[in-house]
Ligand binder design. Structure first.
Ligand SMILES: [Ca+2]
Ligand SMILES: [Ca+2]
Length: 438
């Protein structure tokens, strides 16, 4: 996923800017991959039809769930609404209904609170205009949280304002005032972090396209000024950086599938970046995904603990682009974990190439002197399969802040060694299976 590294750079910049500006550094939530019900990450997607999905019962939500799931995180999306069937004319604006029996199994978790057409003043529960009473009943923040109070979402994803601009004909400067009030209201609820995002800019033929851009600018530049200081620490602004062309042509205000995928990536990167601690237990942390390299920025701490893997793909010498790079703002701790290396696209490193795969403010190995389970403690090398019955070998260099790989060489494994490696791999698998059942 090439997209991943681009996304992260911009999210990181946005967030650093807002943190510096408001000197807000408290981060209240922890992410963990451990398959333990106590650590389920409950997320409330809250907003209008772009949260619900347009002509598609999942919007950005299914892509976002996949990003978490692929990395072993256990997430539960919450909300009273579901849209299970595209032929359902209520478009998921109502509570779960019979059409949910027909839900496509590719959708992981359809729960949400995206209400097509809703405006921010209605989410605030203000006196409804004539004929819009149902929006206030259905979507006002107190009502929503009252209905899901047993779910107590750790994180709220909020995207709203489109309908204030197109339906209510409000100016961006007035909508941002309402958004600030809504964010304060959500902050008073039982939740740890609120991610507030920009909206889909309207398509270029829409008469209010400039207003939508002005509104997005005000979200990134001044939303935090509109909310109470006491709430600022748990509010994170996410700039989806969506383009006009990603507005679906026949509506000009809904995202197309490209836009929804981009939203999912940005939400995901922003949540990971802003977590206080990310614990990888019995799973894998990797900057890119399966077949491409990327960069992953983590502002807080990273723990990679027993039976877990730091997985690194190398397809060239450009950090974070051609080979995986994880940048940890605070402490990175490795304890009893493996370092899995693989080469991409037939790339063969040179002996003098140096790959800085991890950088952290503080780097700690709790199992020292064995930095990784699969590291030879004498030679400080790791062997890995490179195909055609060949192995590659890197020497691992570690200092207070970085993990680097260099001194690449090709080796030919002894036949006995291959069997030995297969046995170890088999053992690893059975251990992993056991531990996931605990
Ligand atoms: Ca759910
Ligand atoms: Ca309004």
């Amino acid at each position: 996923m090439k997209f991943f590294s681009k996304v992260i750079a911009s999210v990181a910049v946005t967030t650093i800017a807002s943190l510096t500006l408001f000197e807000s550094s408290a981060q209240a939530f922890t992410l963990t991959t451990y398959q333990n019900s106590l650590s389920t990450l409950r997320i409330l997607p809250y907003g209008d039809s772009n949260t619900r999905g347009y002509k598609n019962p999942s919007g950005y939500r299914n892509d976002l769930q996949k990003l978490f799931k692929d990395r072993g995180f256990k997430v539960d999306f919450v909300g009273e609404k579901q849209w299970c069937d595209v032929s359902d004319q209520s478009f998921g604006n109502t509570k779960k209904n019979n059409s949910c029996d027909k839900a496509d199994p590719k959708f992981l978790d359809l729960d949400h609170e995206g209400i097509g057409g809703i405006r921010i003043n209605e989410m605030l529960g203000e006196t409804p205009e004539k004929g819009r009473e149902n929006f206030v009943i259905s979507g006002s923040v107190n009502n929503v949280f009252d209905k899901i109070k047993n779910d107590s979402p750790l994180i709220v994803l909020l995207m709203a304002g489109t309908n204030d601009i197109i339906g209510q004909k409000q100016k961006a400067k007035d909508v941002i005032e309402e958004l600030g009030k809504l964010v304060d209201e959500i902050s008073e609820q039982n939740t740890d972090a609120i991610f507030v995002s920009t909206i889909q800019p309207f398509g270029s033929e829409h008469p209010l396209v400039d207003e939508s851009k002005e509104y997005n600018k005000s979200i990134t530049e001044s939303l935090k000024n509109k909310i109470n200081k006491s709430n600022q620490d748990k509010v994170f602004v996410v700039d989806h950086e969506l383009l006009e062309k990603d507005a679906k042509n026949n509506t000009n205000v809904h995202s197309n599938s490209n836009g929804y995928t981009q939203m999912a990536n940005k939400w995901f990167e922003s949540i990971l970046y802003n977590a206080e601690r990310i614990s990888i237990v019995d799973n894998e942390i990797s900057a890119g995904t399966n077949n491409s390299a990327g960069a992953l920025s983590i502002n807080g701490n990273l723990d990679v603990v027993v039976n877990s893997r730091l997985s690194v793909q190398i397809g060239g010498t450009s950090q974070g682009k051609e080979y995986d790079f994880i940048d940890v703002g605070q402490k990175a701790t490795f304890s009893g974990s493996n370092l899995d290396i693989s080469l991409l696209n037939g790339f063969i490193p040179k002996k003098n190439d140096v790959f800085e795969i991890v950088s952290a403010k503080f780097l700690k190995f709790l199992e020292k002197p064995r930095l990784f389970n699969n590291l030879d403690p004498i030679s400080q090398t790791i062997n890995f399969d490179i195909g055609n019955k060949k192995q590659g070998q890197f020497k691992v260099f570690v200092d207070d802040n970085t993990i680097k790989l260099s001194n690449f060489k090709k080796t030919t494994p002894e036949p006995g060694m291959i069997l030995g490696l297969m046995a170890i791999a088999g053992m690893g698998l059975s251990l992993k299976r056991k531990s996931t059942r605990v």
